[in-house]
Design a protein around this ligand. Structure first.
Ligand SMILES: [Ca+2]
Ligand SMILES: [Ca+2]
Ligand SMILES: [Ca+2]
Length: 166
């Protein structure tokens, strides 16, 4: 997970990544300025959420801090809340035409925002995330994918494809 959101490539998540992410996104986005401003706000909200995992307070979230957060989430049965928040943000950011579903093109546009191209085989990943194969990732499918990604120990779970084949 660090890899996709780590835009600066230093192996951690920080506000610097949020800024790069937002700039990449808004430079490719063809919608209104209001919508762009909205996306910038969403990106900053996402990263301020992620930075809550920064236990040692050095401004960077590393993989160990993420693992600690996920363990805490599962231990305290907060998975539904956390996953619900991720699903909402994912739709805000990826579903650019706002129809409540993620098309293959919307997914590929999103994945290609990271210039380091950390996601290999994005088309195959999409076919796994579209669990019933109807050509769209629905809200329910997103929810199931996120839940599996963060909690499943099954190496073949479809949700493991959330950030592609690393
Ligand atoms: Ca830290
Ligand atoms: Ca859509
Ligand atoms: Ca589907």
């Amino acid at each position: 997970m660090t890899d996709y959101f780590d835009f600066s490539g230093d192996g951690t998540l920080s506000l610097e990544d949020a800024n790069i992410f937002a700039d990449r996104f808004t430079s490719k986005f063809h919608g209104s300025d209001e919508k762009k401003a909205y996306f910038k706000k969403v990106f900053h909200d996402v990263y301020s959420g992620l930075l809550k995992m920064d236990k040692d307070g050095n401004g960077h979230v590393n993989q160990a801090e993420i693992n600690a957060f996920l363990h805490d989430m599962i231990d305290h049965k907060k998975t539904d809340d956390v996953v619900g928040a991720f699903v909402k943000v994912a739709l805000d950011v990826i579903d650019t035409d706002g129809d409540g579903k993620i098309s293959k093109q919307e997914y590929l546009d999103y994945i290609h925002l990271n210039p380091r191209n950390p996601v290999k085989n994005a088309e195959h990943a999409y076919s796994k995330l579209d669990r019933n194969g109807d050509g769209h990732i629905s809200i329910k499918e997103l929810y199931d994918n996120f839940t599996e990604f963060y909690t499943s120990t099954d190496p073949h779970a479809n949700g493991n494809w959330l950030y592609g084949d690393f």
